[in-house]
Unconditional design. Structure first.
Length: 74
């Protein structure tokens, strides 16, 4: 891989990692805050179901980013 290809790989991996952080915020923290502050009467089952899915989505995106970085050469 050339230096340019390495940098492109790093940029893509960083974007995936940021997407994992965003999905964790949106899918876990937002429904939890909504439930705790009693906004919109969110049922706790919905909070757990959405959080469960988004934790795996965030983990998958993070692992994909790590896998991409594993392909880098010195």
């Amino acid at each position: 891989m050339s230096l340019v290809e390495n940098e492109v790989t790093k940029l893509i991996a960083n974007a995936l990692d940021r997407a994992s952080t965003a999905s964790l915020s949106i899918g876990v923290l937002a429904p939890l805050a909504s439930y705790l502050y009693d906004r919109g009467r969110v049922p706790i089952g919905y909070v757990f179901a959405v959080s469960y899915v988004f934790v795996f989505v965030a983990g998958g995106l993070h692992l994909l980013a790590r896998r991409m970085l594993g392909k880098l050469e010195e």
